[in-house]
Structures are given as structure tokens and as C-alpha cells.
Design a protein. Sequence first.
Length: 400
Amino acid sequence: MKHDESAGACPDRSDVVVIGAGLAGLVVAGRLAERGVSVVVVDRKADPSAHVHTTGIFVRKTLEDFDLPEDCLGPVVRDVRLMSPAGRGMTITSRHDEFRVGRMSRLYRRMLGECQRAGAVVLAGTRYLSSRPVAGGSVVRLDHGGHRLEITSRLLIGADGARSRVARDLGLDQNTRWIVGVEDVLPVSSAGPRRGGTNPCFECHLDPRVAPGYLAWVVDDGEDVHVGVGGYASRFNAASALEEFRRRVGINAEGGGRRERRGGLIPVNGVLGRIGCPRGLLVGDAAGAVSPLTAGGLDPAIRLSVHAAGVAAELLAGNDRALARYRGEVFGARFISRRWMRAGLDAVSSVAAMEAACWCMRTPVGRVVARHVFFGRGGSFPEPDRAIAAANRRSVPVYV
Ligand SMILES: Cc1cc2nc3c(=O)[nH]c(=O)nc-3n(C[C@H](O)[C@H](O)[C@H](O)COP(=O)(O)OP(=O)(O)OC[C@H]3O[C@@H](n4cnc5c(N)ncnc54)[C@H](O)[C@@H]3O)c2cc1C
């Protein structure tokens, strides 16, 4: 993959500078470049498609609403198996093609190429340092292999992940609650017996010993196996919990079996309030756009970034009122029930309480709730246009 890596390829002015070439940054940069906006995309990684940190599970709503390239997706997963701390299992099966695990490096490579073909300049191996306001925008300071670069930009877009520096420099809201996730990725041939027989399966282990406040997972889609744990950093050591969990589920990732280790922080505070100002916007994890309950951030990253591209284009065209459509409060209503469910999950901190909660989930009513959480058609992020209309009805003033 060729990136515009030389400092000489860096323009000193651009309509938009996007910091971060993860899913959120690539979506917003691609959409803006396609509209003819001049865009520079900056990522500190030498190859933004390498060292991906996400499992990459895409949910049905994303698969239906966005045209993700077929060769960047694994086989369909319809079975979810919920496991209690004592190892009692319950399987729920969807009638629909519910999940697919993205081949994320390939997808990011594809999207980087599309951004470049649309005219965006990609500066890989380049770290965002800071920005300062100037008339009509910002001066963005970057470090490219020890060389200092400065770009004057009308808009700065923070797609720089859970601990966004751009959010800090723009004076916007910042994430305050995270869980940490870590996983190993193995080819199915090295991971021992198949999960769920021969069907692709998403196995979720609810056990506060290895995943305090979240869950541990084995996703086996017939090609790759992802085995991971997530939880509050203050309550566990993620690397040792993963080792313990792998032992428990009989997956030996050592001895050449493991292809990759992935991991990172996942914000679970829900979408932040102030995510836009006249100098710039936040997208993806930087905006807290992650379901507080499931920790799914891929669908929100795409949806919010598409919306951000529309708002940015209007701001560049001189319509300052467009900013009123870019506020976290507009999307917050969808997160209320998820925040409550997250609080419930947080409260279940003992093994006995989790075993009891899993017993409830095996009852007919519990199964309905589980199906709603895993297979619910609501998606993890509201459709921006609908959310704006609903906010207007709730008299959150949003000018369309
Ligand atoms: C272990 C794990 C598993 C997950 N699994 C799933 C899943 O299966 N399904 C799902 O929906 N969600 C999942 N999530 C959440 C999801 O991955 C994220 O919400 C999503 O990837 C966020 O994308 P993003 O583009 O906002 O941020 P990121 O992917 O974090 O991208 C940020 C980019 O910014 C760059 N950057 C950061 N700081 C700077 C700087 N100063 N200068 C230059 N560049 C910088 C980084 O290099 C990075 O490329 C998971 C998260 C983790 C940690």
C-alpha cells in the first residue's frame, strides 16, 4: 500500500485535516474527498492498516445499510452461545445473517486506496501534536519522523480514538469511562475443536473473574477464531485474564498458533455532548460513539462519520447553522436504556450473582431479552436524520 508518506507531499493548506485513519477517519475523509473537498488524513502508524485493534464484528444493520466489500467480510454468524461462570450454556439462533467478522486490515487498505483515488492526501507515520486557532480555522502541528509540519486547515476532525488529543485541543468533551479489551486471533485449524459444532458461532462468557463489567468471547466463523476478554482496567489484569480464559476454553494460542494479538480501550460513557465547534468535529471513539452496553463501535463510527461529512461540507459552504445538527444530545436518547443496562452489568460483580443472572436469562423472558440485545434491529447508533427529527419533537432545538 502506497501512502503519501513524504513530508514533501504535505500541503501547507487544506479544507479539512482528519487525525486518525481508523474506520471513523477513513469514512469521513473518503466522503469529503468524494465531494471535492481537499482533505489530509494523518495517522501515527507507518501503515494505518496494520496493528488493527478491533475484533471487527459487524452487525446486521451495518451489513444491510452499507455496502462493505464482500471479500473484506468473513462467513455469516447466526448462533450466539451465552455461557455462565459455571459453564452452563444457552444458544440463541437468529433467522437472519446476524454478524460477520471484518477482515479489517484488508478493509482499511481498501478504504485508504479509495480515499487516495478521490484526492485525499494520506500522511502515515505522522503524529498529531497540537493545534491552535487562527482566523478561519486552525494551524495543525504534526511530527513526521522528527520533521515538524504545519497545515492550516478550515476544519480539524478528531478521529483519533478513545483518548482523543484533538478533543482536548478543540475544547470539546472527552471520554471518561473505558473498558479494556484484548484478544488473540488464530486460524481455525490451530484453535482446537470447533465452537458450536460446525456452525459459525459467537460464544459470550459472562464471568466477572475474567471479564469484570463486560464479557469474554470466542468468535469462530469457520475461518478465524478470536478469543478475548474485556473489562474495567481497575478490576483486572487483561493479559493474565486472557491467559486464564484461553486455558479454560482450551485454546492454546502459543507455539505458533496465534496470528495476532489485538487490544485497546473502549469508551463506554455513551456519545459525548459537545462533539462539534466552529473549528472542528469529533467522530468515532473520539466522540464516545460506542454502545455503552455491547461496546460495539463500528456501526456508530460509520454512521456518525457519514453525518459528520455532511455537516462539514455545509460548514465549509458557509452554513454555520449546520453545527446545531452535530451535538451529542441529539443522539443521547438511544443510549439511555443501554446506560441502564450497563449499570446493571456493572452491579453484577460476584460469580454467584452472575450465575443467578444467567439462570434468569435461560427463562423464556430472559431469552427474549437476550435476543433483543444480540439480534435487536435497533442497531447501536441512531440514524442521524431520524434522531434530529426526534430531538426536535422533544424540543431539543435542532435547526435542519
Ligand atoms: C479489543 C477490541 C475489540 C472490539 N471489537 C469490536 C467489534 O467486534 N465490533 C464493534 O462494533 N466494535 C468493536 N470494538 C470497538 C471498535 O473497534 C471501535 O469503536 C472502532 O474501531 C473505533 O474506530 P475509530 O476510527 O473511532 O478509532 P480507532 O480505530 O482507534 O482509530 C484511531 C486512529 O487514530 C490514530 N491516532 C491516534 N492518536 C493519534 C495521533 N496523536 N496522531 C496521529 N494518529 C493518531 C491511531 O493510530 C488510529 O489509527 C472493539 C474494540 C476493541 C478495543
